[in-house]
Design a protein around this ligand. Structure first.
Ligand SMILES: NC(=O)c1ccc[n+]([C@@H]2O[C@H](COP(=O)([O-])OP(=O)(O)OC[C@H]3O[C@@H](n4cnc5c(N)ncnc54)[C@H](OP(=O)(O)O)[C@@H]3O)[C@@H](O)[C@H]2O)c1
Length: 243
């Protein structure tokens, strides 16, 4: 059984805001030693002050996940402080929807660098310690956009499809090392990600609270060791008509 999170070492990328912050709060509450990373020190500090009200075992690391040197330094810092990462939540992401001809090569690279390459770099850096200890869980925060085509989302969807493919392959590669890999695909969730387009769009959907996605993460982490749920789509009933 793998029902306990207490004292396990968790890293949540993009843990300073939105879904990542809700996940980090859940993990800290469950007793995990919880590290978060993000680029902005001030939003990290803000998240950490909230997390410290729950647990002293929290750590904030300023790191851009698209830069391999910063990713490696982040994993090293956690290892030096607590030992290797047991639970990696690949959550950090950016959202820049645009039509095909409005999507510049720079916009394409910027999204891929964070949403896909960043998750690869983090996973690659964290996995050797998991292999050594023959245990670990990696959860990728993908998106319903990976399974539902939407106009103006070609680049974002391509990143998330790529993430799902990457996760599926390494899930098979790592299972014999005792490492489990899951993908969660949230639907529209009420977070600051929509600041990049001037605020939350006026969609006629029930917005998901970030803590609901955090609940799905905790559910996966508390599964018995033998149980496998490789993919979990977390959407609202409004989506059921189209998906
Ligand atoms: N909200 C939704 O409707 C929704 C739906 C489906 C999937 N998702 C996915 O869920 C994940 C979290 O999204 P969210 O809605 O919670 O977004 P959010 O509120 O904008 O939070 C994003 C987090 O990622 C961090 N981040 C961004 N770029 C980074 C980088 N290069 N290096 C390190 N950290 C970085 C941000 O901090 P800094 O900016 O300070 O770096 C922040 O902590 C994303 O992967 C997103 O694609 C969101």
């Amino acid at each position: 059984m793998n029902l306990y999170l207490e004292n396990r070492v968790a890293l949540v990328t993009g843990g300073s805001r939105g879904i990542g912050r809700a996940v980090a709060m859940r993990l800290a509450r469950a007793g995990a030693r919880t590290a978060i990373c993000a680029r902005s020190q001030s939003s990290l500090d803000d998240a950490l002050s909230e997390m410290r009200q729950i647990s002293p075992n929290v750590l904030g690391i300023a790191a851009d996940i698209s830069r391999s040197s910063e990713v490696e330094a982040c994993i090293r810092q956690i290892k030096d402080q607590w030992g290797g990462v047991d639970i990696l939540i690949n959550n950090a992401g950016v959202y820049q929807p645009a039509g095909l001809t409005e999507t510049t090569p720079q916009m394409w690279d910027a999204q891929f660098d964070v949403n896909l390459k960043g998750a690869f770099l983090m996973t690659r850096a964290a996995v050797p310690d998991m292999i050594e200890r023959k245990t670990g869980t990696i959860i990728f925060i993908s998106s319903m956009v990976a399974v539902m085509s939407l106009p103006d989302h070609s680049c974002y969807a391509a990143c998330k499809w790529g993430m799902d493919g990457f996760a599926g392959c390494i899930g098979q590669e790592l299972v014999d090392h005792g490492i489990k890999v899951h993908v969660i695909r949230p639907g529209f969730t009420d977070t600051s990600i929509f600041d990049s387009i001037g605020g939350k769009p006026d969609f006629d959907v029930d917005w998901i609270d970030p803590d609901e996605i955090a609940g799905a993460v905790e559910f996966l982490l508390r599964l018995p060791r033998h149980a496998q749920i490789p993919e979990l789509n977390y959407t609202t009933t409004a989506h059921r008509k189209t998906y």
